[in-house]
Design a protein around this ligand. Structure first.
Ligand SMILES: C[S@@+](CC[C@H](N)C(=O)[O-])C[C@H]1O[C@@H](n2cnc3c(N)ncnc32)[C@H](O)[C@@H]1O
Length: 262
């Protein structure tokens, strides 16, 4: 959809095809709204912040300042997790999402698996406010517990044991942050900054996930371009992991690594 079409569908609360099948007559207020949207876009705001939502796995996810906009490539994580758990045929599942942001991953997982509950952790209160609202809008608030914590603290403290730990952690090397497109720089740095080499969270999550997973549990991590080899080395170096497998996104890029706790 072109940007103007997206703005108009948001203002008129209609589909793209409806824009062309009925006459579009904007009220003065709506015209002003459209101008404001175009102005915000010209100032570099992500288009999804301006319209206030995006779609993830076919679910409506509200976003705005302070939360990362879910990316289409992250759908691979949800898809891989749902399929892997479904294959097990258990009567119930319990998953942990680390760095939940908008809540797109646990919402998709519990909607895809009716017998699944989730714990979702994030350090950002702004992100969690969106996540809680999104869980309510998607009718799954009673199946996801949102917790505001630093994951570096949470993993040691929790007494829960999970069937899957999933995470799309911040993975952009700090020195690359100033080179990101203007609209990406409007998203929270807390969601993007993966430390000097982008691997800060993986060095912590690969060993610590073992403590909170049940035996045979799945760890699924999204990662960025060029990080595959280092991640595989980390898994083998830490040990205690089996069936380390790389999954590609729809663009054919290596995007998600899964491993099973021995
Ligand atoms: C790349 S975003 C992923 C958001 C969402 N899961 C998604 O895929 O769209 C990473 C998230 O990790 C959170 N985060 C960063 N550092 C954290 C920490 N130390 N503890 C908990 N969450 C953290 C950020 O606030 C952000 O929401």
């Amino acid at each position: 959809m072109r940007e103007e079409e997206l703005f108009l569908t948001a203002i008129l609360n209609c589909s793209r095809s409806e824009l062309y099948t009925r006459p579009v007559e904007l009220t003065p207020d709506q015209k002003e709204m459209l101008e404001r949207m175009k102005w915000r876009r010209a100032a570099g705001e992500p288009i999804q912040y301006i319209v206030g939502f995006t779609e993830f796995m076919g679910h409506r996810i509200e976003v705005g300042e302070g939360v990362l906009v879910p990316r289409p490539e992250t759908e691979v994580m949800a898809d891989v997790t749902i399929r892997a758990l479904k294959e097990r045929g258990q009567s119930e599942y319990f998953i942990l999402d680390v760095g939940t942001g908008s809540g797109c991953l646990p919402i998709s997982c519990v909607k895809g698996l009716p017998n699944c509950r989730a714990v979702a952790v994030d350090l950002s209160d702004k992100a969690l406010a969106f996540a809680r609202r999104n869980a309510e809008l998607n009718g799954v608030a009673d199946r996801i517990e949102f917790i505001e914590r630093d994951v570096f603290w949470f993993m040691d403290a929790t007494l829960h044991r999970f069937d899957a730990v999933i995470s799309n952690p911040p993975y952009i090397p700090s020195f690359l942050l100033p080179t990101l497109p203007a609209d990406v720089q409007k998203e929270p740095m807390l969601a993007l900054d993966g430390g000097p080499d982008g691997l800060h969270f993986y060095r912590f999550l690969i060993p610590s996930a073992k403590k909170v997973l049940k035996k045979g549990g799945i760890l699924a991590l999204e990662f960025g371009d060029g990080q595959r080899k280092e991640l595989e080395k980390l898994f083998w170096g830490v040990g205690g992991w089996d069936k380390i497998h790389i999954h590609k996104d729809n663009a054919g890029k290596n995007r998600v690594v899964t491993a099973i706790k021995i």
